[in-house]
Design a protein around this ligand. Structure first.
Ligand SMILES: Cc1cc2nc3c(=O)[nH]c(=O)nc-3n(C[C@H](O)[C@H](O)[C@H](O)COP(=O)(O)OP(=O)(O)OC[C@H]3O[C@@H](n4cnc5c(N)ncnc54)[C@H](O)[C@@H]3O)c2cc1C
Length: 404
């Protein structure tokens, strides 16, 4: 039996970084908000762990930073890259004009759990776990809610506004028939873990060799490794066997020689099919899309979580007055797209350039590469490393939480 329809002011579909942040901000502003998450908890596969300085700044503005940093995390203050055996310093976060002069590495489920915990203390916040939105409800020419499947069967949720934060494979986007423009990407990424030992090189590093790239993130007792392969190359690597992957990793990071056997099978490897796209229109009457649902980012720079959070803050700032009045207009929804489209477009342009100029060339190369001149320049002049730190750590057009 379908349950009686639920009514809420704002229905947020998807409990990822964009959805949980938006839910918290709207509830904090006194708006009745319902967030749906199809999974039973936030404990899923590795989905990126980088909480940038811009997001930490928002936590500070919310008065939550001190408590947030009590959760286990690592702090990344510098970035280096090893190219053809030479280690080059390229990014220095220690001069950022933000409260935290670092990137925090924290499992995404901890971050989401933290936001959910704080939002749940607010009376007008409702989080429905194990509840999957399946379609949109319409009223005249606008969206008036969603249909969903929950632990007790199907249900309808009527809402003044639906915000789709359901990620890069957005069901709501398909249901609305919105068009996505693909930019393409030359690579996919294989994510895996390897034990970390005290004798290992200490830095978080990108390693570049002939035809191969490896990113290693220090996660305390293990390394989170991202092995970059040519787009669609996973099948041929699989056919070469798991030992071929182990050898590739050792070639790039010889200190892994004594532990690559821990990668027992392909079950220990998670494929991220890289996509970069954006919606032409982020909204329809009664519906807004933000985060990965509106623009999937390339993993270059690890900015996806942070852009999703920035979208949520912008949406909350722009839409709160209309939601409190019960009258969000098309102009309000357009204003959210206008505000966020510029930083998304600029970030994707930089990612596209790095994919084309650096990653494609490396993946095609057969000889050991040499550090290009911009990298040599960054390595030679410490002050120059503050520029990429700003672009990465803060991003373009950072948002700020409005006081309530
Ligand atoms: C393997 C991997 C590694 C990554 N590494 C990084 C990184 O290091 N740094 C970084 O910044 N970004 C990284 N990203 C990207 C980052 O995870 C995303 O950009 C970011 O999570 C986007 O947030 P979001 O809230 O828009 O969407 P998502 O995080 O995708 O959240 C969407 C949520 O909606 C839920 N959902 C989906 N459909 C429905 C439905 N119909 N009904 C109800 N719920 C639904 C999903 O379960 C999910 O919880 C990585 C992504 C992957 C896959």
């Amino acid at each position: 039996m379908p349950a009686a329809p639920l009514t809420t002011t704002c229905c947020v579909v998807g409990g990822g970084p964009a959805g949980m942040m938006l839910g918290l901000l709207l509830a904090r502003a006194g708006i009745d908000v319902t967030v749906l998450e199809k999974h039973a908890d936030f404990l899923r596969d590795f989905r990126g762990d980088t909480v940038h300085a811009s997001t930490l700044q928002l936590m500070d503005e919310l008065g939550l930073l001190h408590e947030f940093l009590q959760r286990p995390h690592q702090e990344l203050r510098h970035l280096a890259v090893e190219i053809g055996g030479e280690t080059m310093q390229v990014v220095d976060f220690s001069h950022l004009p933000t409260r935290c002069k670092f990137i925090a590495l924290m499992p995404q489920w901890d971050f989401l759990d933290f936001l959910a915990g704080h939002a749940s203390r607010l009376a007008n916040f409702r989080l429905l776990m194990r509840t999957e939105a399946t379609g949109l409800l319409h009223d005249g020419d606008g969206v008036a809610g969603i249909t969903a499947r929950g632990p007790d069967g199907t249900l309808d949720i009527r809402a003044h506004l639906v915000v789709a934060t359901d990620g890069r494979h957005s069901t709501m986007r398909d249901a609305a028939g919105l068009r996505c423009i693909e930019s393409g990407a030359p690579m996919d990424v294989l994510w895996l873990r390897l034990e970390r030992r005290d004798s290992d090189p200490s830095e978080t590093l990108g390693r570049i060799g002939a035809g191969h790239m490896l990113v290693t993130l220090d996660r305390g007792d293990y390394w989170q490794c991202g092995y970059v392969i040519a787009k669609g190359g996973f099948e041929s690597l699989r056919n070469r066997g798991i030992d071929a992957l182990r050898q590739d990793l050792v070639r790039l990071a010889p200190h892994f020689r004594d532990r690559v056997d821990a990668i027992a099978s392909w079950d220990d490897v998670k494929l991220l099919t890289v996509a970069m796209n954006k919606l032409e229109h982020w909204y329809q009457r009664g519906l807004l899309l933000i985060g990965d649902a509106a623009h999937a980012m390339s993993p270059v720079g690890g900015v996806g979580i942070n852009l999703a959070v920035q979208d949520a803050v912008a949406a909350a700032n722009i839409l709160t007055p209309g939601l409190l009045r019960g009258n969000v207009t098309l102009a309000d929804l357009r204003a959210v797209q206008r505000r966020r489209e510029f930083p998304v477009r600029l970030t994707q342009s930089v990612q596209w350039m790095i994919q084309k100029r650096v990653i494609s060339n490396v993946l095609r190369s057969t000889a050991p590469p040499r550090p290009p001149w911009p990298v040599r320049l960054l390595h030679r002049h410490a002050w120059l490393r503050r520029l990429p730190a700003r672009a990465l750590g803060i991003g373009f057009r950072p948002e700020h939480v409005r006081p309530v």
